[in-house]
Design a protein around this ligand. Sequence first.
Ligand SMILES: Nc1ncnc2c1ncn2[C@@H]1O[C@H](COP(=O)(O)OP(=O)(O)OP(=O)(O)O)[C@@H](O)[C@H]1O
Ligand SMILES: [Mg+2]
Length: 258
Amino acid sequence: MSGQAKLELIDVHKSYARGKKRHPVLASISLTVREGEFVTLLGPSGSGKSTLFRLIGGVERPDGGTVLIGGADTTGQRGHISYMPQQASLFPWQSVAGNIASALATAGIERRRAAALAAEWLERIGLGEVADEYPQVLSGGMQQRVSFLRALLMPRSVMCLDEPFAALDALTRAEMQAWLLRLWEEERRSVLFVTHSIEEALTLSDRIYVLSRAPATVLREIEVPFERPRRADVWKEPAFVALKEDILALLERGEGRG
Ligand SMILES: Nc1ncnc2c1ncn2[C@@H]1O[C@H](COP(=O)(O)OP(=O)(O)OP(=O)(O)O)[C@@H](O)[C@H]1O
Ligand SMILES: [Mg+2]
């Protein structure tokens, strides 16, 4: 296996209080994202994927286990990853371009350069016309694209994307996937990605972790065998269809091999 681990989770577990009881969400999660690797988490709704992202981002602390970023223990610490939450969280008092530029400035990019980057990239993803609008006037899908762009431009070594394309129509989604694929293949960022779409996972990823229902464990780790640069129509390959059926069966059974 090549590449050093950029992100490593070791036996991360988490439960929440529900009434008087504890509700275990993550039983024990261990996984890695190597340098320049695109890794996807697939798992049922409520299996703790967004929770895991909050733990990686240091917004919350795990009950136990370790989060390592670039080899350093960052458990419970913020500011190490770029993170796109499942609900686009744009500041309502800043323009679309301002939201991106101010995040970049906070991360240490010089203000004028941050503004120029925001303008250039909004144009590139077809949102140039709404750069000066406030987020409230954008559709949900447009807000999601802005939030995605903000995460993409943050100068961090690990990027965590929580269902970035969920609110998009099929055509826009396919366009954004193709665009992310091209961009990622040029820049090779280390990405941890969440989606409910098995096709999306197989099209984009180097590896996939399939999670069980809560309390979640890793059911299976899958190496995606398709060559890079990956073709957008890789879904036509018989091996793709077979893998997709495998994963679907695994999710339906909800248990690992053996
Ligand atoms: N702050 C919290 N307090 C109490 N329970 C929580 C909290 N955050 C999440 N949960 C519970 O943890 C479980 C996992 O939630 P999470 O949002 O991580 O799931 P998910 O895998 O991201 O689901 P989806 O695919 O629907 O986005 C759910 O049962 C949820 O109710
Ligand atoms: Mg979620």
